[in-house]
Design a protein around this ligand. Structure first.
Ligand SMILES: *[C@@H]1O[C@H](CO)[C@@H](O)[C@H](O)[C@H]1NC(C)=O
Ligand SMILES: *[C@@H]1O[C@H](CO)[C@@H](O)[C@H](O)[C@H]1NC(C)=O
Ligand SMILES: *[C@@H]1O[C@H](CO)[C@@H](O)[C@H](O)[C@H]1NC(C)=O
Ligand SMILES: *[C@@H]1O[C@H](CO)[C@@H](O)[C@H](O)[C@H]1NC(C)=O
Ligand SMILES: *[C@@H]1O[C@H](CO)[C@@H](O)[C@H](O)[C@H]1NC(C)=O
Length: 372
């Protein structure tokens, strides 16, 4: 994991030269949002790496956040003690196990969006017992999209190089009617990402004692002013000190400085269900509470790990899926005070719906989760 760091720095030194990072711009005014993805990638971290930040009036952002999937783990402890008992879930060593698609110009109705989606099989032999884990990011470049489903890139099977796009319900289950809930609306400049996965194999079995499937992502601030402080849960908590968040659930991350600030809200719900014989994700069987935790990154003060824990109880057989698709629950304002102008960018981190947004990358994975 650490070995990827220098590469990140190299590829993403945006302010100067942004050679290997392709930026897509959403909007064409002072509230524009840009998202970027690496054109060439080599592992889960780099293939899932997505950068996003405000870029009103300019071609690429002066400061931005970078997000990537670091790895996966089977957790054998409660969510307070998860850092002490887990086993890393390695990427399957099988042919063609790196799936990524980048689309800069997708349309839905009048709207245009960019999407990056990536994924990877995990486990020793996913045709016997394993899973597929992926991530999708979207940037809505222009227009408005209303939808209650999101599209994911899914391989046709282990070792196969071909993929299909499958959609899954990302709105909360309407328990009265057992149908996918109301459409969510996304607008120009909205950026969102999704995590999804499903179990595979002819004899799928989770090891005894597994309580959660964990996905570790890393969030890094790039070129932010030095005064920007990272806090959690409405500024009530910090990474360490007397108000340390520890293993408490995280509902939001705030990056606040004197002239710039940004908030990401994490919705607390995700959907689970079954993959049908046709390979499609059926209507969710339940909407559940996700557990989101943060942890410091050794030797890297600009980054934090954001860990997502999904209940293993729903993943006890092959053909079970989960989808975490943060809904835009809040808009964060980033203000950049420059010599004579003030630029504002709206960033919505949410899950996205089907088509929608820019995509950037998805991820894949390689595997390694938790280093305590
Ligand atoms: C964005 O705005 C500039 C300046 O107003 C204009 O010249 C350009 O055509 C616009 N681009 C798009 C894609 O609308
Ligand atoms: C979680 O597990 C740890 C270690 O087994 C234990 O000390 C702690 O009491 C547990 N917490 C809860 C809330 O069950
Ligand atoms: C954005 O969408 C609006 C409304 O559909 C359209 O008028 C405008 O030309 C579009 N702008 C770009 C840059 O595509
Ligand atoms: C991997 O994909 C390639 C096509 O890109 C295909 O020729 C090859 O057969 C695949 N490998 C296996 C083991 O199926
Ligand atoms: C981890 O959890 C498993 C299953 O509950 C248990 O058997 C094992 O002793 C635990 N290991 C540690 C180091 O706590």
């Amino acid at each position: 994991m650490k070995s990827a760091t220098s590469r990140v720095v190299l590829l993403l030194s945006v302010a100067g030269s942004a050679n290997a990072l392709d930026w897509v711009k959403a909007g064409n005014d002072s509230k524009s949002m840009c998202a970027g993805v690496e054109t060439v990638c080599s592992n889960a971290a780099s293939c899932t790496r997505v950068a996003f930040g405000p870029c009103g009036g300019v071609a690429s952002p002066e400061f931005y956040l970078q997000q990537e999937v670091q790895g996966f783990a089977l957790i054998m402890a409660n969510d307070s003690a998860y850092m002490t008992n887990f086993s890393e879930l390695s990427a399957s060593v099988i042919a063609n196990n790196t799936y990524r698609a980048i689309d800069g110009d997708l349309t839905l109705g009048d709207a245009t969006y960019a999407r990056i989606t990536a994924g990877q099989y995990v486990g020793g032999d996913p045709s016997v017992s394993g899973g597929y884990i992926g991530m999708a990011s979207y940037l809505l470049k222009n227009g408005t999209i209303s939808t209650n489903v999101n599209d994911f890139l899914v391989p046709d099977g282990p070792e196969l190089s071909t993929t299909k796009t499958k959609s899954a319900c990302i709105s909360e289950l309407d328990t009265a009617t057992s149908t996918c809930g109301a459409a969510l609306t996304y607008k120009t400049g909205d950026f969102k990402f999704s995590l999804f996965g499903f179990t595979t194999g002819s004899s799928f079995v989770l090891p005894n004692g597994v309580t959660y499937l964990g996905i570790r992502t890393k969030l890094t601030k790039k070129n932010f002013p030095a005064d920007v402080e990272v806090t959690f849960n409405g500024k009530a908590k910090k990474l360490d000190g007397s108000t340390a968040i520890g293993t408490s659930d995280v509902t939001s991350v705030e990056l606040a400085g004197t002239s710039r600030s940004l908030t990401i809200n994490f919705p607390q719900k995700y959907n689970v269900g079954s993959i049908g014989d046709d390979g499609e994700a059926s209507t969710p069987t339940a909407t559940k509470d996700v557990k989101i935790k943060v942890a410091a990154v050794d030797g890297d003060a600009d980054s934090i790990y954001v860990d997502y824990l999904f209940d293993a109880a729903d993943l006890q057989a092959a053909g079970k899926y989960f989808v975490y698709d943060p809904t835009v629950s809040e808009v964060a304002t980033v203000s950049t005070a420059t010599a004579s102008t003030t630029k504002n960018a709206v960033i919505s981190e949410a899950a996205l719906a089907r088509p929608a947004l820019l995509a950037l990358g998805m991820g894949v994975a390689a595997a390694l989760l938790h280093q305590p």
